[in-house]
Design a protein. Sequence first.
Length: 421
Amino acid sequence: MWPSGPDVSLFRSPLKSRLVRLLAGGQFAAYTAGNCLSLLGTWMQRIACSLLVWDMTHSPLWLGILAAADLLPTVLIGPIGGLAVDRWDALKINRLCQFGLAAIAALMTALIYLDLLNLGLLISIIAIQGCVIALGQPARMTIVQELVPRDDVPMAVAINSMNVNLARLVGPALAGLMIVMVDVSLVFLFNTVVTCLFVVVLQRIAPQQRTSKTRASKSVTAEIMEGFGYVISNPGMRLMLALLLAGGVLIRAIAEMLPAFAANLSSVPATGLAVLTSSMAFGSVIAGLTMNAYVSTVRLPFQITVAWAMSACAAGCFILADTILTLAIFAMLMGYLTSVSMIATQTYVQLGAPPSIRGRALSVHGLVFRASPSLGAVVLGLSSDVLGLRVPIICSAAAMLIVTLALLPKVSRMEFRPDES
């Protein structure tokens, strides 16, 4: 049964006034600024790692393995992070995880500067980094809800997504410029500095409202399974996360293959990769800025499904493009449409889950969100080594389109009415 409640559309409010109010000052604005800097450094480092792996191997498979090392730890660590944020202070967890990420970035800077970084060591360090990110991801999402009133949650989630995508937009270009003009070690040094700055910001903010925490009345395993049980038992959340899983494996994984596309169509792979990644991020930023004007809370399931269907069409056009310009155009469309789906799905989970289990529900969301592209990237990388890039990606896009079209009749009858908590 769907949650009952008033017919609200939290997305449908004066867009400019909410955006300005949230970013003009206060705790959320400070958090957003620090988070933006940290994410910029993270994306710069991610691009640098992709280029390092490509230079070492020239293999799409190893790009997929790199993505898996970064994202698959979510499968094991993410649920623990969700339980942690339901039991303990989300802000403290954020601080600890960001400090750990700063230490990892500093270690990689030193290894590159000393010319000690090899393929195996790089993959291993990225796997450790993935564990830290997975542990902190539920806290990073939950803290947003503690810094703004409930009615501002959809806009805050959209701003958070814009942060990620602004980093994706600027980060690759800045990383490419540093690598070409100076040295790749500078990218890792930059990430170390900005992550440390975010730690300082986190020390200075205090949430407006605290989410009630559960006491450890059950075993860790039982409480983690309770989060999975809640998501599985809720038909709407189960379906939206299943779509997020399919979209990650079949569509978002294509982004992990961008270095191969850039190498094939650009004389300077770093420049081509920066163009494609920034184009995809630009589309995502536009999604975050505009979707509040037309997305309805009540119609979220239908609109999420339609956006995934359209992203599959954009992915099919992307793989058929034969120049950097046309690739960039369809990459921008993919970025826009997948971001609409992902922002709306996260909003669905944050508003739909009760406060006592929200961290664990978000950890399941984070598990699907982070792990699904890496699973798809490994499959795409392996099949692309055998069949080339075009055939596997066309098959992925077609599969996603079939899934979403099959679900449209069902989701067109669904409504989402989150309870007031």
